[in-house]
Ligand binder design. Sequence first.
Ligand code: HEM
Length: 424
Amino acid sequence: MSAPTTKPPGLWTAVRELPSNVWSSVFRNPLPSSDLERAQTSFTNFFLHLHPVKVHRNTLRPVYTLGLGLISLFLFLILVVTGILLMFYYVPSTTQAYDRMLDLRGTVAFGIFLRNMHRWSAHGMVAMVFLHMCRVFLTGAYKKPREFNWVLGVVLLLVTLFLSFTGYLLPWDQLAFWAITVGTSIAGYAPLVGSQIKFLLLGDTTVGQEALLRFYVLHVAVLPAVLSLLVAIHFWRIRKDGGLSRPEDGPAKAGPTVVKMRIEPKTRTFGLQGFVRGPFTKLGNVPDDSVYSWPNLLMAELFVFVLTVSIILVVSLLFNAPLEQPVNVMHPPNPAKAPWYFLGLQEMVSYSAFWGGIGVPTVFVLLLFLTPYIDRDPKGVGRWFARERLLANTLFLTLVALNVIFIIVGTFFRGPNWTFVSPF
Ligand code: HEM
């Protein structure tokens, strides 16, 4: 017996239905209008698949996360896009790099704007990643089971700093050359291996063509790839660690406006694995303090994205990225300053080369790595400035304040020969 055959649609029908067929091949489901469809939206869409079907309300409280992790991510995405466009014009050669910067400024359409976006996003990312770390610390979010994600975060912070630092050299102007000269000489203070590390970075004993090429390769390929991989693991861990941290005792009080689950009386609801507590498939098991990722989380993310891009656009329209005179190795500026985020280090180096450049930063980074393994008290997670964490938060804020003060002193109060000057 032969199987029943259905007649294929004619050519005209295929053309007429082309748009809707293409659409439904990409988006398998219509816009969701029921809880089941909201869940399916997260299951079936590649990008939404990164999200859990439901998130705890606390995740959506803007005052809890301040959106800082997301802003860091979006700044990184802006950096990747503008960076790729800049690569079409840039040449990592000591004889051409600076001229290419001038071209971007003068002849390439939107060149200066592109460079501004890249530059300000890079500075913004360093600041946001740092602030995100502060948020995580001050809410005790590094505690069990999130210890490893904190460790990953510390690596992310270091990679972000290094990524920004390697980009600093590329314009090949006086600012770039001398900032990197100062920065890499700080690395040279490391005992035993200092000069080797410096040579590994520069490919030479001084900043020159070899250093420019190494910094370029690190900046456009190696470090972005490493950062992307680490960010992916960071996000995966957030899910595996049970979503964002939250107070232990019940739902957060002030939640955002959310789409409520519509539960009609006599409707049978089944818990599906992963988004309902308790035994799976338990009849009538309804979570009360979590909301669907679609549209709640997605809209919040979209809002942060639009806000981040808008701010970068406005700042890039208003302020131009600096470009100083071309490199003159015979004529160092006085004082030659490292990039702002390393000015705290440079300030400390002015007191003691070893302790300022190597000793104190190493101890500080080690302490950061070990934080979740030293502080094992489970109390005070999921709340800003929890009373139980008074000591830890005070210690942390003191170190942060010291770093900020050193950066401010290095930026505004240091003049020729690193003597004190008044900026006023
Ligand atoms: C490229 C850098 C980074 C990106 C893109 C990033 C992104 C994110 C995002 C989007 C979240 C979700 C919640 C939020 O927005 O706050 C998050 C959570 C988290 N991040 Fe990061 N992060 C970065 C660096 C760091 C750093 C430097 C640390 C700490 C040293 C860190 C530790 C954590 C931890 C522990 C969580 C879970 C927080 C919680 O459960 O409340 N991250 N990160």
